[in-house]
Design a protein around this ligand. Structure first.
Ligand code: PLP
Length: 398
């Protein structure tokens, strides 16, 4: 917590006191014994949070979510191979562009803004390509597209891909540790995220887990990825740290690793509802998501993401009501809360976005403060929001 303003955007997020405390240290050497231990533990905790299988491999690389996406793209396929992108917004479009730059033959399966293509449509697209003798090598989906607040049906998508021998890659940057995901059980091949979203650490780390199949896909590529993005370069390093030995390919972001370690510890040690670990933390995010949606609705607002079933639990994309525009953001900020504007191309002025992931599962008080700031700002803008109803509806969910 900065103490000045409350940062409620979909990443970076407010940090827990525990993570902030860890950040208050000089950067350790990448081969200091205590650092090696924490790096290894972080990789192991990733396995747990991701629900990863024994043959899979976690990677922690300095970089952003975008870099994690790029690592996934360049290690999965080479020029001329076919990729299907489930398009649910700005970040899916970015993934498609990365694939095109890699030389992949990209098909995008789109839906109206705020919607997601159905699993039936996806299965049809996969089957038609197969029947035409031009099967997809891999499919890419954004678990929660941060531009729309839409969550895809990751389990059904991963299973559909697995059944057909197609690799599945999920951008979990706005989802991992905040939305349900069981990598091995569902047969997903890559699940990636960044440090600054639901894992509750500062920006700067790209995190991925690759299945055995995904690791094999890299070995079978006809052309190697750029060196710094090549998982073959990083693989011995990750294996060494997990086995308790230091290693070097490129200096890890040691300070950030310590913060991530603490963030992961808070996820796997999370206790609520008589449960422990990532499943409990994800349930807490579902509760927060319900509370925020109840709050918006009782304030008289509607979501950009079409229906509650596909609305993310980690963030809200909320439409401005009639007569209110994006000047609302300034009014909310004046009340000490920072939220984000719209991000869907061409619809930026229609809605705003609020992040409620990570440490926020511990702080219903700050979530209510956010709803209050939005409600008061709406009233100031001339919209008749029922502030008490909004706050009570959210409170009732906790
Ligand atoms: C934030 C986000 C990204 C991009 O992450 P950066 O760290 O900003 O590069 C990619 N995908 C999704 C779904 C995101 O929410």
């Amino acid at each position: 917590m900065t103490g000045k303003t409350l940062l409620m955007i979909p990443g970076p997020v407010e940090l827990s006191p525990g993570v902030l405390e860890v950040l208050n240290n000089a950067p350790p050497s990448h081969v200091a014994p205590a650092f090696i231990e924490k790096f290894g533990q972080s990789l192991k905790m990733m396995r747990e949070v991701w629900g990863a299988g024994a043959g899979s491999q976690p990677f922690i690389i300095a970089g952003s979510g975008t870099i994690a996406m790029e690592v996934a793209v360049v290690n999965t396929l080479a020029a001329g191979q076919r990729a299907l992108v489930v398009h649910t917004g700005y970040f899916s479009a970015r993934m498609a562009e990365m694939l095109r730059r890699r030389g992949a033959l990209v098909t995008e399966l789109s839906a109206a803004p705020g919607q997601a293509p159905s699993v039936e449509e996806l299965e049809r697209a996969l089957d038609q390509a197969q029947a035409a003798g031009e099967p997809f090598h891999a499919l890419f989906a954004t678990h929660v597209d941060t531009s729309t607040g839409v969550r895809v049906e990751a389990e059904a998508i991963a299973r559909a891909a697995k059944e057909r021998g197609v690799l599945s890659v999920f951008d979990g940057v706005c989802a991992t540790a905040g939305e349900d995901f069981k990598m091995e059980e569902w047969g997903a091949d890559i699940y990636l995220t960044a440090s600054q979203k639901a894992l509750g650490a500062p920006p700067g780390l790209a995190l991925l887990v690759l299945s055995e199949r995904a690791l094999r896909a890299r070995q079978e590529l006809s052309s190697a990825p750029p060196m710094s993005l090549d998982i073959e370069q990083w693989l011995p390093v990750m294996r060494a740290y997990e086995a308790g030995r230091g290693s070097y390919f490129s200096t890890p972001a040691t300070s950030l690793l310590l913060a991530l370690h603490q963030g992961l510890k808070e996820v796997v040690g999370f206790e609520r509802f008589g449960a422990r670990g990532a499943p409990a933390r994800i349930r807490a995010h579902a509760q927060v998501g319900r509370a925020m949606r109840a709050g918006w609705s009782a304030l008289g607002l509607e979501l950009f993401s079409g229906s509650p079933e596909i609305a993310a639990n980690t963030m809200s994309a909320v439409l401005y009501p009639a007569g209110v525009d994006s000047s609302l953001l300034g009014a909310i900020k004046k009340r000490g809360v920072v939220v984000a504007g719209g991000l869907y191309p061409g619809r930026e002025q229609d809605y705003f976005r609020v992040g409620h992931m990570g440490y926020m599962v511990e702080r219903p008080d700050l979530l209510l403060q956010t709803l209050r700031a939005v409600g008061e700002s709406l009233i100031e803008a001339g919209f008749s929001a029922d502030l008490d109803a909004g706050l009570n509806a959210a409170r009732a969910c906790f």
